[in-house]
Design a binder for this molecule. Sequence first.
Ligand code: ZN
Length: 44
Amino acid sequence: MYKCYHCGEVIKDPQKLERVVCPHCGFRIFYKVRQPVVRRVKAL
Ligand SMILES: [Zn+2]
């Protein structure tokens, strides 16, 4: 999970993007953020 350094837009899946640019402002510098909430995953 990454956050745009310029506007703070959160990019959850940078791998999905062709180029890692902010969809909001087009900035290309991001910093990594920890996910605030840990999702519970059901163990099957
Ligand atoms: Zn941005």
